[in-house]
Design a protein around this ligand. Structure first.
Ligand SMILES: [Zn+2]
Ligand SMILES: [Zn+2]
Length: 243
């Protein structure tokens, strides 16, 4: 028996959120899906942080040197035109339907991903700063996590909290950025020994994701994987060397 919501999604043909062409309600049209989704694209990306790497490489230099506390990153798309418009639609224009779209995109990516994840016991959103919550009235990461929890039937657990306010200085280089967010999160309770999917909208340097994963492991989690709607290109600060 379909729920009303499910039934509407099955039969409603409305505009693709990117190009306005016909698409199944809330989803991208076939053309935009091909342009945006990594699962349709060739190329290689770092297993740990999902940055694009040269063909044949498993991990980027940064992950080899800095070894983030999360073992793997799943992302649906690159943070690049035109997919980045969807992220901006959610974050800047409050288009909450995009959170559901990202959750379906991530679930599809997971279903076709060549490296299986450990079974996840919880999905935990990265908490927004108080200032961005006040500005937007919602947390993009929490909205995506809630939709993804329903898609994957993995419980949503808002276990993380910020230990301090203050923005993250985006212009810093990797090492300075990592220092600036050190200890940014802790857990509101002891965490059971499960693998946790840490959810965010965009992964940039991975510094905040690293801190979130560290906090969850300190509180008892077995380990963490990153689940993010989009991955930015990240200019490596380390010299390119062959692995
Ligand atoms: Zn389209
Ligand atoms: Zn990496």
């Amino acid at each position: 028996m379909y729920s009303i919501h499910h039934l509407f999604r099955k039969v409603l043909i409305i505009a693709c959120p990117l190009c306005g062409m016909a698409a199944r309600a809330g989803d991208l049209c076939e053309g935009c899906a091909r342009d945006v989704l990594r699962i349709h694209q060739s190329g290689a990306w770092c297993l740990q942080c999902a940055v694009r790497v040269d063909q044949g490489r498993q991990r980027c230099n940064q992950c080899v040197h800095a070894n983030p506390a999360y073992i793997q990153t799943i992302t649906a798309m690159d943070y690049a035109y035109p997919g980045a418009l969807l992220v901006r639609g959610l974050k800047e224009r409050g288009r909450l339907a995009e959170a559901g779209l990202f959750a379906r995109m991530l679930a599809n990516t997971l279903a076709t991903h060549p490296h299986a994840l450990p079974a996840l016991g919880a999905l935990v959103p990265i908490p927004s700063s108080r200032a961005s919550l006040q500005k937007r009235g919602f947390s993009p990461a929490a909205e995506i996590a809630r939709a993804l929890s329903a898609q994957l039937t993995v419980p949503l657990k808002p276990w993380l909290q910020r230990t301090r306010e203050g923005g993250i200085q985006k212009a810093l280089d990797f090492e300075a950025r990592r220092q600036s967010v050190r200890g940014l999160y802790d857990c509101i309770r002891t965490v059971p020994p499960v693998w946790v999917g840490v959810v965010d909208d965009v992964l940039t340097s991975g510094s905040t994701m690293h801190e979130a994963a560290l906090a969850l492991k300190r509180a008892g989690a077995l380990g963490a994987v990153a689940l993010v709607a989009a991955r930015t290109a990240w200019a490596p600060t380390l010299p390119e060397t062959e692995m």
